[in-house]
Design a protein around this ligand. Structure first.
Ligand SMILES: [Zn+2]
Ligand SMILES: [Zn+2]
Length: 353
């Protein structure tokens, strides 16, 4: 439905156009469906007509008001898929109608010392979509042109959304982990991040181990491409990993410090425990184990728009798909609760148009 209306005004014509958005207006507030003016892109920006937007656990920083300096009202959403609807001045590399995604990385400054070295993800002035500016729980949004990723034709919008945060995070973590083809790579936790991590690990050529509590995920893990499944409820994970020669990388996607901390003993020498999702509590790591195996623990931070585009293209090339549940924008509160419940298999996506 075209929500735009043209109205005569003082003999001229101006566009009075409204859009629907889901906003949070205070820390701890509920989602409010509101009508807003459709925003105009400024120089260097584009307007995106949003088709789908994933709901990520990190959206809770807006809902709960835990991000320093966050200004309300704010429209969350950083797993955005849609198409370019209007171009601001000085945008030369995108065209109207082009399919694009917008992810967590919402732009960078180009002048800080990390940007000057081309490490835009580490920009000290980086912006976060749906946190520093309004995101994708909306029919339209404004994004810096530098935050856009082109979506391949084969990837539907509802699947493209989750690749823009969950996907790029694990894809980028694994491809920069130092593991090479044939190495043992374990993915701990088969959830929103982990079900993608297992697929990427398999498709990147790693000897792929999926770890989760319970036997019910065993078959799914194998379908996603895992060569091995370790039921954490009935097995000693460390012994099982060491029986495989030890893991070069363990991607810890379940944000549970108690479960993650002992995993370092399952690493091979020089192995890395890679943590892309923050547990609320600190990890308790035995440093002796790090020293004796020259092992390390590292965090991983998302990626730039180009990393997201690489994620989309790799996923299209290799047949990696997110498993999603979709909701209309009007049911955003219910969709958000479903994400929080942990019952979702595995990503919640708002289908907006
Ligand atoms: Zn996210
Ligand atoms: Zn910068």
């Amino acid at each position: 439905m075209n929500r735009r209306e043209r109205k005569a005004c003082n003999g001229g014509i101006f566009m009075s156009a409204k859009m629907k958005a889901a906003q949070i207006s205070k820390a701890g507030g509920n989602f409010e469906i509101v009508e807003r003016e459709i925003p105009e892109p400024r120089p260097g920006q584009v307007r995106v007509k949003v088709e789908a937007c994933g709901i990520c656990h990190s959206d809770s920083v807006v809902k709960d008001g835990v991000w320093p300096g966050l200004q309300y009202p704010r429209v969350p959403g950083h797993e955005v898929a849609g198409h370019v609807d209007a171009l601001g001045d000085n945008v030369t590399n995108w065209t109207k109608g082009q399919r694009v995604g917008v992810g967590w990385h919402g732009g960078h400054c180009f002048v800080c010392k990390y940007c000057r070295r081309g490490d835009f993800a580490m920009c000290v002035n980086r912006k976060i979509t749906g946190v520093d500016f309004d995101g994708g729980y909306s029919e339209y949004m404004i994004a810096p042109a530098t935050a856009l990723a082109a979506i391949p034709d084969e990837v539907p919008a509802a699947e493209a959304g989750p690749f823009m945060c969950a996907g790029v995070t694990v894809f980028n973590a694994l491809r920069n982990s130092g593991a090479i083809a044939g190495d043992v790579v374990a993915v701990h936790g088969i959830g929103g991040l982990g079900h993608l991590g297992v697929q990427y690990a398999r498709q990147m050529g790693f000897n792929t181990v999926a770890i989760n509590r319970g036997s019910d995920k065993a078959e799914l893990a194998r379908k996603l491409g895992a060569h091995h499944y370790i039921d954490a409820a009935t097995n000693n994970i460390v012994e099982k990993l060491q029986a495989l020669g030890g893991a070069t990388v363990i991607l810890a996607t379940a944000p549970n410090a108690q479960a993650i901390s002992p995993l370092v003993d399952g690493l091979a020498p020089d192995g890395v425990l890679l943590v892309p999702a923050a547990p609320p509590e600190p990890l308790t790591i035995g440093v002796f184990s790090l020293i004796m195996g020259r092992r390390s623990v590292a965090g991983w931070y998302s990626g730039t728009a180009k990393d997201s585009q690489d994620t989309l293209e790799f996923s299209s090339l290799k047949g990696v798909h997110p498993m999603i549940e979709t909701y209309p924008l009007d049911r955003v509160a219910e969709a958000y609760e479903q994400m929080l419940s942990g019952k979702v298999r595995f990503r919640v996506v708002l289908k907006i148009s």
